[in-house]
Design a protein around this ligand. Structure first.
Ligand code: ZN
Length: 290
């Protein structure tokens, strides 16, 4: 047997699966395992991180030949090098491709961004690998994933959606950024007394401050999407991740249509979809294989 292995590094966990065609074969492995609090990704030093990955990849392959290994990781990754990784700081400066190439010399290896893996996974599982697929991932971090992958930085979370100098909640320190409005941490900083769930709950009940923020939140996401449309053209935008539950799709469409007026750029729309780890694993493998 020959499998491609897909790996998702997200939040506090690594998930690994063997992929054949466009589906996962066998169980998805996780590190740390559920119910094993002794292992922690945050406390795994960079030197051991490669060993953890190697071991999990070998177990997922279960003796089969590994044709390709695809990794979807958070942060900025270029040529296999993790240049920025806000949630797992110790990985900054680690060249994952070098580490994995040494362990798996005959496998094709691709280290990419988690959001791009999600986009590829959506495209693969929906049978649309011939189309451009874009997805906003609204999780701990924020990302805009794209399939097919293209060269570049693609830090869409930090695109500027407001010129108000008081908008300063982005974790990177930049003013007016999308993540400064939509980011989980940013929302908690803005509403010191409320969790994001409570903010949106109260917005639906008509609390003025919360409703105003919920509108700003949707406007910001529509604005960043409008920028993508003006650069790359219209199309379908998926929204996934745990904070996608706050999305009011109708409101987003209203704001987007206020922002995109050229007739040739009409016709974009949003769909909120849950994307379990499996989707990102498949996408990471698909990207590595192609
Ligand atoms: Zn920023």
């Amino acid at each position: 047997m020959r499998y491609a292995i897909g790996v998702r590094i997200a939040g506090e966990r690594v998930s690994v699966g063997a992929v054949e065609e466009n589906h996962v074969v066998g169980p998805i492995r996780r590190y740390p395992e559920a119910g094993n609090p002794g292992d922690s990704l945050a406390e795994t030093p960079a030197e051991s991180f490669g060993e953890v990955l190697q071991r999990e990849i070998e177990k997922a392959a279960a003796g089969a030949e590994i044709s390709a290994i695809g990794i979807g990781a958070p942060g900025i990754i270029r040529d296999g090098l993790i240049e920025e990784c806000p949630n797992l700081q110790q990985l900054k400066g680690l060249n994952l491709r070098t580490v994995l190439s040494a362990a798996f010399p005959t496998s094709a290896i691709l280290i990419g961004n988690d959001a791009d893996a999600v986009a590829a996974g959506i495209a693969a599982t929906r049978g649309q690998l011939d189309k451009v697929t874009r997805v906003w991932t609204l999780g701990v971090g924020l990302g805009l994933g794209r399939y097919p992958r293209t060269e570049g930085i693609w830090e869409a979370a930090h695109c500027v959606v407001t010129l108000d100098p008081k908008e300063r909640f982005c974790g990177c320190g930049g003013l007016g950024h999308l993540e400064g409005i939509l980011g989980h941490r940013a929302m908690r900083l803005r509403f010191m007394d409320m969790e994001p769930e409570e903010i949106f709950q109260q917005a639906t009940q008509g609390d003025e401050r919360c409703r105003n923020f919920a509108n700003l939140w949707h406007r910001a996401l529509a604005g960043a999407t409008a920028s993508s449309i003006h650069l790359e053209g219209p199309g379908k935008f998926y929204i996934s991740g745990r904070n996608s539950k706050f999305v009011e799709t109708g409101l987003l469409h209203v704001y987007l249509h206020e922002m995109v007026k050229m007739s040739t750029l009409q016709g974009s729309y949003f769909e909120v979809i849950p994307t379990p780890d499996e989707i990102a694993i498949i996408g990471a493998a698909v990207n590595a294989r192609s």
